[in-house]
Design a binder for this molecule. Structure first.
Ligand code: GLY
Length: 284
């Protein structure tokens, strides 16, 4: 039954990432004007992000080529939700992003995951709206994700409870929250973030610990549990969010890895957006 299933949150052997196309700075979708994107800097930040996954954490990283006709293609998180051996290929909410699924689908098939496609034309789902806690899913109902998308996710991952959370002021649910450990939700301080957390708490049978950070954008972190390293948290850099980083520094059991993300953030890109994380120990 849904309540009994527990996945090894953060366990990860592989990652899929995708390069940044030249069209990124001018044409990537953005919810508001946050200033001009410095493309060279975006490339550097993305390169460092990939190096952390590959060299520092020892993941097998599959790097897909950028496609200039798909300005948002680096945000691979939105096109698939992966849990254990199953990858749900989503139907992204922005029509301009729908073709991004093809290359990712092929990569996940090549990794021999059980690939399930969201073909219902009434459904939309962005992976950025999907928070998996290890015990259950929360799905943000946003401009990009609708109820039908959440239903198909629930049909795909039948062992887990799926609850929906309205998301109004930001692009995605994970624009202001993420997991920092098996039972620990990181949450931003804005009214919208706090309201969403309250909704999640009301809908869940589990009592999660929370880590509140002053900046919503800093609440999007990547938690990994790597056998040789233990709890690992990739979080935004102190130059970007010094007050939020002070909060992360209280996590004494975690290996903390600051990662700058200033340029991708200008087009609503968060840390989780740029990778699909897969646990496939048998392929090592
Ligand atoms: N730029 C990320 C998105 O809008 O999907």
């Amino acid at each position: 039954m849904a309540e009994q299933a527990v996945s090894g949150l953060g366990r990860c052997t592989h990652a899929v990432v995708r390069g940044i196309p030249d069209s990124f700075s001018q044409q990537a979708l953005r919810s508001r004007d946050c200033g001009e994107v410095d493309l060279a800097r975006a490339h550097r930040e993305h390169e460092l992000y990939v190096r952390v996954l590959k060299d520092k954490l020892g993941l097998q990283v599959l790097e897909l080529g950028a496609d200039h006709l798909m300005p948002d293609c680096s945000f691979v998180e939105d096109v698939s939700v992966i849990l254990d051996e199953t990858a749900l290929i989503t139907r992204p909410g922005a029509p301009s992003r729908r073709r991004e699924v093809e290359a990712v689908k092929k990569a996940l098939q090549d990794l021999q995951l059980n690939v399930v496609e969201m073909t219902d034309e009434n459904a939309t789902l962005d992976g950025g709206d999907v928070l998996f806690t290890g015990k259950e899913f929360f799905v943000g109902l946003s401009k990009r994700t609708n109820q039908r998308g959440a239903e198909i996710l629930a049909d795909t991952f039948k062992d887990y409870a799926v609850s929906t959370v309205p998301v109004c002021d930001t692009l995605h649910l994970k624009s202001f929250c993420s997991m920092a450990g098996p039972n620990l939700i990181v949450i931003g301080s804005s009214e919208g973030a706090q309201k969403a957390l309250k909704t999640m708490q009301q809908m869940s049978d589990h009592r999660y610990d929370k880590l509140t950070v002053p900046d919503d954008a800093a609440a999007n972190c990547i938690y990994l549990n790597i056998p040789s390293k233990g709890h690992v948290l990739l979080h935004r850099a102190p130059e970007e969010f010094p007050e939020s980083v002070k909060v992360f520094e209280k996590l004494k059991d975690h290996m903390l890895i600051p990662v700058a993300n200033s340029e991708l953030a200008k087009v609503d890109g968060a840390l989780t957006c740029c990778s699909l994380l897969i646990n496939k120990p048998s392929n090592e």
